[in-house]
Ligand binder design. Structure first.
Ligand code: ZN
Length: 123
């Protein structure tokens, strides 16, 4: 399951950050998910809960934000947000579909909140 893999990665990374800071427990985690990952938020919540069990992240609140996808048109150099519902990657300027996806696949851990210290923002 797609979401389980993502949840595992989030728990792993957050736990690593928490350990670096000597935290006993993670209270909240903020992630940004590229739109092309097509993550179902409810499914990720459930998977996260399951993965976090027995780790530092157990009981932590996961907040998810979707990052829009960005495509770069090779012929004309325009950057645009592809229409994912229509699965359309045609450039709005020149109409060609020769594009490079430059954002939308990433999973970014934005912040990990621990009980000691209070908050650990990532660079
Ligand atoms: Zn173009």
């Amino acid at each position: 399951m797609h979401e389980a893999t993502i949840a595992m990665a989030i728990v792993d990374q957050a736990a690593a950050v928490a350990m670096q800071h000597g935290a006993a427990r993670i209270t909240a985690i903020e992630v940004e998910l590229g739109a092309l990952k097509q993550v179902v938020p409810e499914a990720l919540d459930l998977a996260f809960e399951a993965c976090a069990e027995g780790t530092l992240a157990e009981g932590a609140v996961l907040s998810q934000t979707v990052r829009p996808a960005v495509a770069l048109c090779r012929p004309c150099g325009r950057e645009f947000e592809p229409d994912l519902t229509a699965l359309s990657f045609a450039c709005p300027s020149c109409g060609q579909a020769d594009v490079e996806i430059i954002a939308g696949h990433e999973i970014v851990l934005k912040a990990v909140e621990c009980d000691t210290p209070a908050e650990t923002p990532l660079p």
